[in-house]
Ligand binder design. Sequence first.
Ligand code: 4FD
Length: 221
Amino acid sequence: MKIDILTLFPEMFSPLNSSILKRAVDNGILEFNVINIRDFSLDKHKKCDDYPFGGGAGMLMSVQPLYDAIKSVKDENSKIVFPSPRGKVFNQGKAKELSKYNHLIFVCGHYEGVDERIFQLFDMEEISIGDYVLTGGELPSMVIIDCLSRFVDGVISKESLESESFENGLLEYPQYTRPAEFMGLSVPDVLLSGNHQEVDKWRREQSLRKTANTRSDLLDE
Ligand code: 4FD
């Protein structure tokens, strides 16, 4: 999968170059391309923002640099994502859906938003990572990219995907590794019993209890 990222702050994307995502890039499964929107400004000072018509606080991103930046990477198979507080809220299901595309384009907004005409010029899906406001779309883009990448074939093992929180509609059960005792705290006996049926039953109960306690809204669905 090829992922183009259009941003005024390319240096913010260095985290894509570590850990699991780096391994996926090295293995040829993912390709990231970080592009500076400023390089497309036709203004003599490379300006990319301006005051809103009608007045109001702050600045908007100008439509011209954005338009030319998107034009430079888009083809008929591209899916364009625009992280924004006014989008539908992101979740695992949306991540899975996005992971099926061969080409994604992330457009990172800044200032108080963008000139609305960009949404008339391109089919862009606005997606929010939660009900709060950030200084730019860079962190939301990285959150969405990290999450969807896990669903791309070969990025992580199938088993890891299936056993995690949300996959069965519940939060994850408690887990333990060696040593069996630390600072007087021991691991639940059932996990050392070797009885897989009992282990599965215990984990299911723990998942249900955790979900009921902190995210009972998940049990309604
Ligand atoms: N909740 C989110 C996304 C972007 C953002 C921006 C319009 C502000 C939060 C377009 C207004 C982009 C989110 C940048 N803050 N800030 O997903």
